[in-house]
Design a protein around this ligand. Structure first.
Ligand SMILES: *[C@@H]1O[C@H](CO)[C@@H](O)[C@H](O)[C@H]1NC(C)=O
Ligand SMILES: *[C@@H]1O[C@H](CO)[C@@H](O)[C@H](O)[C@H]1NC(C)=O
Ligand SMILES: *[C@@H]1O[C@H](CO)[C@@H](O)[C@H](O)[C@H]1NC(C)=O
Length: 182
């Protein structure tokens, strides 16, 4: 009965075949994450960072820190770093050579340049916001809107040189945010 019905309307079969051929909206790329759909779409290359963020936030809570900055370098300020030093890659999932991560109790953000935007959208899960900006200023500006006056920001002092003015910049840019070597 059903067969006869379909047989009588070959155009309907054709229509369905066409629909199956293009099941996805052309807006949606399969290789990058989409955090604006529910549930979020994650490509197979995305890293689930929930456990890493929970572990870091537990430490931040213990140390009474409102934010923690994870830069992309090692203790020698290298651009290309050994696996052991891949702190930023561990916390974000993003393995590009340039990019700074900042974690607060409620948010996790990565700043990287245009070379890496697509890679970041492939590798990061929806715990992370991607900020398409470079340099210290946008990071500090963001941080100052996210944390209260008097809040403490954690950094690893081995990963910041005197000439890298990140922590100092944060201290002077507004009253009384403290940067704590941790
Ligand atoms: C995410 O999905 C929405 C709704 O389908 C779509 O409009 C948007 O373009 C998608 N974004 C990406 C990056 O694929
Ligand atoms: C990510 O891992 C956590 C456990 O660490 C799990 O609860 C959660 O469901 C995972 N999320 C996704 C999207 O797989
Ligand atoms: C934690 O840090 C806040 C500033 O963000 C400070 O006011 C408070 O006294 C600190 N608490 C402890 C237990 O150190």
């Amino acid at each position: 009965m059903a067969l006869a019905h379909w047989g009588g309307h070959p155009w309907l079969v054709l229509l369905c075949a066409c629909a199956w051929g293009h099941p996805k909206s052309l807006d949606q790329r399969e290789d990058v994450r989409n955090c604006s759909v529910s549930p979020p779409y994650l490509p197979v290359t995305a890293v689930n960072t929930t456990a890493q963020l929970t572990a870091l936030r537990q430490q931040m809570y213990t140390q009474n820190l409102s934010a923690y900055i994870v830069p992309d370098t090692d203790a020698h300020m290298s651009e290309y770093i050994g696996e052991y030093d891949q702190r930023r890659a561990w916390i974000t999932g993003f393995t590009g050579s340039a990019g700074v991560a900042v974690v607060t109790m409620g948010k996790a953000s990565l700043w990287t340049d245009s070379r890496y935007w697509t890679q970041a959208e492939r590798q990061m899960d929806c715990n992370w916001e991607l900020h398409k900006e470079v340099g210290t200023t946008p990071v500090v500006t963001w941080l100052l809107t996210e944390i209260p006056v008097g809040a403490r920001v954690g950094v690893d002092p081995f990963l910041f040189s005197i000439s890298m003015f990140f922590p100092q910049f944060l201290c002077v840019s507004t009253p009384a945010r403290e940067t704590r070597p941790r």
